[in-house]
Design a protein around this ligand. Structure first.
Ligand SMILES: [Zn+2]
Length: 205
């Protein structure tokens, strides 16, 4: 089985509880400490097996192999990736069975992570996820005061449109936001705006 490690919790000394996003589900497994085990990190894509045990409610994580990407060795790329996959854990941890959309989305991001600005990749994926879940608001109506946004448009968590005066965020060009929400593309945004959008992404799906 293959999946992305979206959370690791250390328990007792060196044992770990590992949460893995696979194509169909979220798996939670126990990993006993062993010196001969390969090292695993948050965000890694792994091939693995689960061994159920009568003694524990959690299966044991076995035969782990890291399916590495070149950028896994790049600190900056890896830190951004770990922040990004953590959002999937927060969003999906209560759900047992999943559509393959989420795994496929992470997979496509992983492929692009080094070829493009990873923050752009994450922002576009965030928009695609919201669209997939039917949560994107295309009309420029302020989430806070319910009035049309004629000027000083900003976005908040979940890329909900808002007046700058209602949300106190960076304002964006309406056309840039429209392109983002309708085409899931950040092409019109400058890098400084990408940093603002990335901060919104980090607030969660
Ligand atoms: Zn408003």
């Amino acid at each position: 089985m293959q999946g992305y490690i979206i959370n690791i919790t250390r328990v007792k000394d060196e044992d770990l509880i590992v949460t893995i996003l696979t194509k169909e589900s979220i798996k939670t497994a126990y990993r006993f400490y062993g010196a001969r085990h390969s090292t695993i990190h948050l965000g890694y894509k792994i091939d693995f097996e689960l061994l159920s045990s009568l003694k524990s409610t959690l299966p044991q994580l076995k035969s782990v192999m890291h399916l590495g990407e070149v950028w896994n060795a790049k600190r900056e790329h890896m830190l951004l990736w770990q922040a990004f996959v953590r959002l999937f854990y927060q969003h999906l941890k209560e759900i047992n069975t999943l559509d393959s959309f989420y795994f496929d989305l992470l997979q496509s991001c992983s492929t692009l992570w080094q070829k493009q600005n990873p923050k752009r990749v994450a922002i576009e994926a965030y928009t695609r996820l919201l669209a997939y879940e039917g949560r994107l608001h295309h009309a420029f109506v302020c989430f806070s005061c319910d009035e049309m946004i004629e000027e000083e448009l900003t976005l908040v968590r979940g890329f909900l449109p808002a007046h700058k005066r209602c949300a106190w965020n960076q304002s964006f060009e309406p056309l840039h936001v429209k392109t983002l929400l309708e085409e899931c593309s950040t092409i019109l945004f400058e890098d400084s705006h990408i940093d603002h959008l990335w901060k919104i992404v980090l607030q969660g799906f």
